[in-house]
Design a protein around this ligand. Structure first.
Ligand code: FMN
Length: 239
């Protein structure tokens, strides 16, 4: 089984979210894991020229690192999109990657047959449907539930309801720094690895597992200590 982790954090290797994605992938007992730091790739914004739907169906006219990424997507069985929440949505560099996925979608010819479950745009290559998509995201708020409705709605529209799995985690800063709340952090990461094993076995996660992972790890006062310590520490001397 091939797992492709698309790391959509500008913090690249230092990403809080990537810790979770790595922990999840560890749960797959037999898998080749490849990580792409999307922000380190040369991915130009979509030009909106629609060549990929008209003159060169399925092919983008821009020649950059997306060619390499399309090949990796094609050969992966599980694609993990790992990114932080930015203004209740997708960080801009990763959104550029998503926009550039338009060649994967069939040319829209004006029909109005949306049935409420499928993606708005059918995939050009039906074999892409067999791949599993997992979103893993952290946010900086103490509670994930009120932060993610807009992002989830967007992915429901892009992929079709239920065609992806989303692991959403509050208190992302907890994962970026060593030495604070280590026991709770390790406990949570161990649960994420267990979820990876469950996904490896069943190809999906139970509602119970998803709910467990969405619960805040620390109390608001415990998280405040982490935030104050790291934003008031050496990296941010003015706070
Ligand atoms: C520009 C920007 C926008 C953000 N917007 C949100 C937000 O809407 N809600 C939230 O809870 N956290 C927000 N955050 C916090 C990040 O989601 C959080 O720090 C995350 O853990 C960073 O993960 P990373 O290290 O993987 O990049 C934002 C951070 C930045 C820099």
């Amino acid at each position: 089984m091939k797992i492709l982790i698309l790391n959509g954090s500008p913090r690249a290797e230092r990403s809080n979210t990537l810790r979770l994605a790595n922990a999840f992938a560890e749960g797959f007992s037999q898998a080749d894991i490849e990580t792409v730091h999307v922000y380190k790739k040369n991915i130009k914004p979509c030009l909106g020229c629609f060549s990929c739907w008209t003159k060169t169906p399925g092919q983008c006219v821009i020649k950059d690192d997306m060619t390499e990424l399309f090949a990796k997507i094609k050969s992966a069985d599980v694609i993990i999109e790992s990114f932080p929440l930015y203004f209740f949505g997708i960080p801009s560099g990763f959104k550029a990657f998503i926009d550039r996925c338009l060649p994967l979608m069939k040319t829209y010819l004006g029909s109005d047959d949306k049935d409420g479950t499928d993606s708005f745009h059918e995939l050009r290559d039906a074999s892409l449907r067999e791949k599993k998509l997992v979103l893993i995201s952290t946010c900086g708020y103490v509670n994930a539930a009120p932060m993610y409705p807009a992002l989830l709605k967007q992915f429901d529209m892009i992929c079709g309801d239920g065609n992806y799995t989303a692991i959403l985690c509050s208190e992302g800063e907890l994962f970026g720094y060593e030495g604070l709340a280590e026991r709770q952090k390790r406990g949570y990461l161990a649960d994420v690895t267990k979820a990876g094993a469950e996904f490896y076995e069943n190809g999906k996660l139970s509602a119970e597992t998803l709910q467990k992972l969405e619960k805040p790890v620390l109390s608001p006062s415990g998280f405040e200590k982490i935030v104050r310590s790291h934003w008031g520490g050496e990296d941010f001397p003015q706070i």
